[in-house]
Design a protein around this ligand. Structure first.
Ligand code: C2E
Ligand code: CA
Ligand code: CA
Length: 399
């Protein structure tokens, strides 16, 4: 981040101690920060967040609403600012607070001890410039949690379906359901713009329940029209704390007359990482009730082979970063091939995501992968577009 960018960054400084605030303000100014707002308590800070703030420097030790509580509150906002945790207390508490903020989905630029120094401020702010901020921070999609609640109440969510194709014979292996939000004014909104906020605010469960019903409704409609196919549902890692989930899903499937084996549950790799008691309990029981489990975005998380063998996954979906363009990049190809080998040796069905070109398709086939998904075969589409797509696909890609 250069001087110019630092000058444009809007900082909110939350600290109950007036002297500490004045020191911090001077340091921030010397570091080149152009806009500084101040709050003398966590509560006052939260009230100021109505205005545009890019980065919050939050003190941990405050009498009324302490830093931990303020961070908890921050995490419930639809588009929270980035966070710098500041404290004069011990370094371990600083680390705990940092881990807690990250676990709540906040973007933490750093945790620094008081008094602030120009060097430390410049360092943490340089990290603000590094990653592109999420879409909603740029105002491309400006959504609040209230909008989201209305959407849940008015059932504005719908599913698109993307085909999964067997490499061996070009046949359709199933469809992944991908949620969309049909917003009355803003049009069709993609999940990347609302799933993270739903997760942070604890509303992902309510959303997933709606999604599950939509997916099962479509699956049942296909079955009754004679089109028996599998439907994949994405389960957020945040759902894997709900011990009632397996019974609820099994009950729903039964009420739709769908064999759970038709419904693949995709779980992102990073979500599986917390292999605590509840997560394993839920995954084991979903498996016992007949739902095939799929490990999503494989390669982007950190699951060890041991973790993979401990959880009964039926399917591995290799993340598109190891698929798209693999032909041109030997390292990427090596990861693709070894993931495919690993999946096969664990008797999983291996799916490559993000197959966009004939070249991707060929690379994936050579790696011995069973199933492909990606723009090459078909984009995510509304259910009513699928018959036309299917006719065209079978005409152009016979077995
Ligand atoms: P994902 O599960 O990895 O889904 C695949 C994403 O890749 C989809 O984006 C899809 O449109 C996109 N994609 C498919 N083929 C290609 C391709 O060939 N090239 C490229 N570049 N992209 C491709 P989408 O629909 O925007 O979804 C993004 C993410 O949002 C999903 O990633 C998933 O993690 C999450 N998501 C989507 N629907 C749901 C849902 O119903 N529940 C939950 N919890 N998460 C969902
Ligand atoms: Ca998925
Ligand atoms: Ca994926």
């Amino acid at each position: 981040m250069n001087d110019n960018e630092r000058d444009r960054v809007k900082v909110l400084l939350v600290d109950d101690n007036a002297f500490a605030r004045s020191v911090s303000r001077r340091v921030l100014r010397s570091a080149g920060v152009g806009s500084i707002q101040e709050a003398a308590s966590g509560q006052e800070g939260m009230d100021l967040l109505g205005q545009q703030v890019d980065v919050v420097f939050c003190d941990l030790m405050m009498p009324i609403m302490d830093g931990i509580q303020s961070i908890r509150h921050l995490a419930t906002l639809a588009a929270p600012p980035a966070l710098v945790i500041v404290s004069s207390t011990n370094a371990v508490l600083l680390k705990t607070a940092e881990a807690m903020a990250r676990a709540r989905g906040l973007r933490v630029l750093g945790a620094i001890e008081k008094p602030l120094t120009v060097g430390a401020v410049r360092y943490v702010l340089s990290r603000f410039g590094e990653e592109p901020s999420s879409l909603d921070r740029h105002g491309a999609v400006d959504l609040t949690l209230d909008d989201f609640e209305v959407a849940l109440a008015k059932e504005q969510f719908l599913l698109y379906f993307q085909p999964k194709i067997r490499v061996a014979d070009n046949s359709v292996a199933g469809f992944e359901s991908l949620v969309r939000w049909r917003h009355p004014d803003k049009g069709l909104i993609l999940p990347g713009d609302f799933i993270p906020a739903a997760e942070r605010s604890g509303r992902i469960g309510a959303l997933t329940d709606q999604i599950t019903i939509l997916a099962m409704t479509q699956c049942a409609a296909w079955i009754s029209s004679g089109f028996r196919t599998k439907v994949s549902i994405n389960l957020s890692a945040y759902m894997l704390v709900d011990l009632d989930l397996p019974d609820r899903m099994a009950g729903q499937a039964a009420s739709f007359g769908i064999d759970p084996r038709q419904l693949i549950l995709e779980i992102t790799e990073s979500g599986v990482l917390q292999d605590d008691g509840d997560t394993l309990d839920i995954l084991a029981r979903l498996h016992m009730k007949g739902f095939p489990l799929s490990i999503d975005d494989f390669g982007t998380g950190y699951s060890s082979m041991e973790q993979l063998s401990r959880i009964p996954f039926a399917e591995m979906k290799i993340d598109r970063t190891f698929v798209n363009g693999a032909a041109e990049n030997a390292t990427v190809r090596a990861i693709l091939e070894s993931s495919a080998d690993l999946g096969r040796s664990l008797r999983m069905s291996v799916v490559a995501e993000g197959v966009e070109t004939q070249k991707d398709w060929d690379t994936v086939r050579n790696a011995g992968i069973d199933i492909v998904q990606g723009y090459f075969a078909g984009r995510p589409m509304a259910a009513d577009q699928i018959p036309a797509w299917l006719t065209e696909w079978t005409r152009t890609h016979p077995a």
